[in-house]
Design a binder for this molecule. Structure first.
Ligand SMILES: Nc1ncnc2c1ncn2[C@@H]1O[C@H](COP(=O)(O)OP(=O)(O)OP(=O)(O)O)[C@@H](O)[C@H]1O
Length: 497
């Protein structure tokens, strides 16, 4: 019997568009286009909440109609079964998004995610409703638990990217999209088919100025790695919140870096009183070791790390045994590594090894240069975090302060971190003075004219006498102080003071 079709002619086109949506990077411009096309809207910006809810009804309606024809069309052998199945995945993902979000939130609040996942049974049941297990119980060649694990990863990635990288500037959007690619590549369908367990081998290097969010990006990627689900005991194989190991290399001596990363055996050096596991050993297959400030490391450490990256093998200090590193390595630096290589401080071979997947976090100055209104949005975000329900009044205060007291082109050398300090200082002291800011603070008009030599002698004297008159508002007394007679003082005090 020739294979039938699950979808009618009319539904088929819509179904193909929905499948594109299933695999599109949610932070890409392409995704917006697909969403708008599905709703019959012309090109434009992101969907409103109401439009998005309308969009989510489409796959559910398609599935309903498809499910009724599923058996008749030949089930698994229907020519469009794979399309039907992918739409079912999409529907299921959205149905369970609130459950996954709760799981992620709770894990962050408690600092641990390790517990039985109670909604897995419900998940299997619904999956079985849309794609009956009688059709084989495998979904694109994988068991339901694998699908569940991919959903959890997708939801974690979405959650962390949205929570960690804020803002509506093009730079923020591009960064979100790039981070998504770092987790899933640009071809998510291929990722879920063959790469889930392989992408951990790829090293990610994050560059960008200090305080621009490099660690945040690293954390977002590290906490969003694929983690298999064990359907027998209803648990994920790794606690995602505990799978990120950041090491600030600039804060440690060469010996300490080795000890922290590689670990040591008892007696390996003075003070090594017992065996100690390093992060490379503690980190499991779904974990991430983050080497922060990699540009600050001595060449000797670079050589050891290069060996680790090439062979994924290391030995604790004082041990000859080789251990296998199973996790992912990420690194970050605010230095210009090309310059460091030229000056002989950074090994070129090490750089090329690190440079497989590169992400750049933009400076706040660059973000604001293309989008001035972004400052208020970012201040609002920080203020809500700092002052909770008073967030909007604090936002207004901070924006007012910045507008009146800070130079229009202030470059925010400390980037996002400095903006956070500014918000906190205005909250606590009603004021903010940074080193850099101090030197660029708006100079009073009289000082500027003085420095530019714009005063005549009379104007200068008038400025001076008027300023002092505010402290000593008595012509007689001020005359004595300045060694001038009363009438001369009066003549120089400006009329409006
Ligand atoms: N794009 C962003 N969105 C939200 N918060 C941000 C962003 N970038 C940075 N931050 C905040 O700024 C602070 C500094 O971020 P982070 O430590 O990630 O910067 P960094 O680039 O790693 O800095 P350094 O080079 O000094 O280590 C953090 O408190 C972080 O929450």
């Amino acid at each position: 019997m020739a294979a039938g079709k699950i979808f009618s002619e009319k539904d088929s086109k819509l179904a193909l568009d929905v499948v594109q949506l299933v695999w599109a990077n949610p932070f890409s411009g392409e995704r917006i286009e697909i969403e708008r096309r599905l709703l019959g809207l012309g090109s434009g910006s992101r969907l409103s909440m109401e439009e998005f809810s309308r969009l989510l009804e489409l796959p559910a309606q398609l599935l309903d109609r498809g499910r009724r024809r599923l058996a008749e069309a030949g089930g698994k052998s229907a020519s469009d079964f794979d399309i039907y199945q992918q739409i079912a995945f999409f529907e299921l993902f959205h149905q369970f998004a609130p459950d996954f979000d709760r799981l992620i939130n709770d894990a962050h609040e408690r600092g641990s995610a390790g517990r039985r996942i109670t909604f897995y049974d419900r998940f299997e049941k619904l999956l079985d409703y849309w794609v009956p297990a009688g059709l084989g119980g495998e979904y694109q060649g994988f068991p339901a638990s694998r699908l569940f694990a991919v959903y959890f990863q997708v939801r974690r990635a979405y959650y962390h990217i949205v929570h960690y990288i804020v803002g509506e500037s093009d730079a923020a959007r591009q960064l979100r999209s790039r981070v998504w690619q770092s987790i899933f590549t640009h071809d998510m369908e291929r990722y879920q088919r063959v790469l889930t367990e392989r992408l951990g081998d790829v090293i990610t290097l994050i560059t960008g100025p200090s305080g621009s969010g490099k660690e945040l990006v690293a954390r977002g990627i590290g906490l969003s790695r694929f983690i298999p689900f064990d359907a027998t005991n209803r648990q994920f194989e790794e606690d995602f919140v505990r799978a990120f190991y950041p090491v600030n290399l600039s804060a440690l001596s060469t010996n300490l870096i080795e000890s922290e990363l590689f670990g040591h055996r008892k007696g390996a050096f003075t003070g090594a009183l017992k065996d100690r596991k390093g992060y490379l050993e503690t980190c499991g297959p779904y974990g991430t070791v983050f080497l922060d400030e990699i540009g600050e490391t001595e060449v000797a450490i670079q050589v050891k790390l290069l060996r680790l990256l090439q062979t994924r093998v290391f030995s604790p200090i004082g041990d000859t045994e080789s251990l296998h590193f199973r996790g992912k390595i990420m690194a970050a630096t605010n230095r210009d590594l090309a310059e460091e290589i030229d000056s002989g401080r950074f090994r070129e071979d090490f750089y090329f090894r690190l440079n497989a997947d590169r992400i750049h976090t933009p400076s706040l100055k660059d973000i604001l240069a293309n989008n001035a209104s972004e400052l208020e949005r970012l201040v609002g975000f920080i203020a809500r975090r700092v002052a909770g329900p008073e967030g909007s009044s604090l936002t207004a205060e901070v924006c007012d302060f910045i507008r009146k007291e800070m130079p229009a082109e202030y470059p925010w050398p400390g980037n996002f971190r400095e903006l956070e300090q500014c918000v906190r200082n205005v909250l606590i002291h009603g004021d903010y003075t940074a080193e850099e800011f101090h030197s660029k603070r708006k100079v009073p008009e009289w000082q500027r004219r003085f420095e530019q030599g714009e005063f005549t002698a009379d104007e200068l004297l008038s400025e001076y006498v008027t300023r002092l008159y505010k402290e000593t508002p008595n012509y007689e007394a001020l005359g004595r102080r300045l060694d001038l007679d009363r009438r001369t003082v009066k003549k120089y005090v400006k009329a409006d003071s």
